[in-house]
Write a protein that binds this ligand. Sequence first.
Ligand code: ADP
Ligand code: MG
Length: 268
Amino acid sequence: MAIIDVHQVTKVFGPDPESVLPLLNSKVSKEQIYRETKHTVGVNEVSFSVEPGEIFVIMGLSGSGKSTLVRLLNRLIEPTNGIINIHGRNIVEMSDEELRHVRRETISMVFQKFALFPHRTVAQNVEYGLEIQGKSKAEKRVKALEALSLVGLQEWADSMPSQLSGGMQQRVGLARALANDPDILLMDEAFSALDPLIRKDMQDELLELQDKMKKTIIFITHDLDEALRIGDRIALMKDGSVVQIGKPEEIMMNPANKYVERFVEDVD
Ligand code: ADP
Ligand code: MG
């Protein structure tokens, strides 16, 4: 069974989002909807399923709706319409209590800007993700060291974040997300701020980790090379809609339309 099943999900931003829904079925552009209603379409009737253990890449230009979509997946924002099943349960209808449980046990998020606390040690930063779980200090320390060793940073546990390079800091961010042992990792442009060479290293590391851990990873990027390198499947977004979903070779060999064709044209 799919671990994530997104069905006809739409997110409209503005004072009366539901009033805009009838307009989305016709061929009205985002710009036109904004001009006429002052509402922004973030995500427009998106559907897809992800199997356990997949790396599912969501790719698209800036403003195409990637971050909105990933925020919907752990309900940091509420959809205007649609169903989001995680492990077969619609998170849109969950109580706050159930949702907290899902966020604690099932889904972790890795951010682009690392978001480390500068005055806490590396290990304390990783422990932060565990704090809400009511574990003992010693337990937390053990979990944090385990997660740090997964990303090769156990020797840096008691250093401060500022002593680490950008790539290492991002690995701490990854360790923090892994410390809870979630089923699903959401990574929104997690490597986009890194230098190209370090970025390649991180991609390799993520693939190696994935071999060991078999998480389900939703990986957001605007970079086609990165998408092709790490994605088991790729969803290409444009203006809030998914224009094609496929394995990297399918996207390259059989672009669904002119837009995809132009998108993949420049790859070596
Ligand atoms: P991406 O991550 O692909 O760059 P986003 O999901 O951030 O794209 O944005 C998609 C669209 O939704 C953009 O037009 C953006 O301006 C709009 N949007 C995102 N968040 C908000 C918000 N909080 N309020 C209004 N519009 C938003
Ligand atoms: Mg974004």
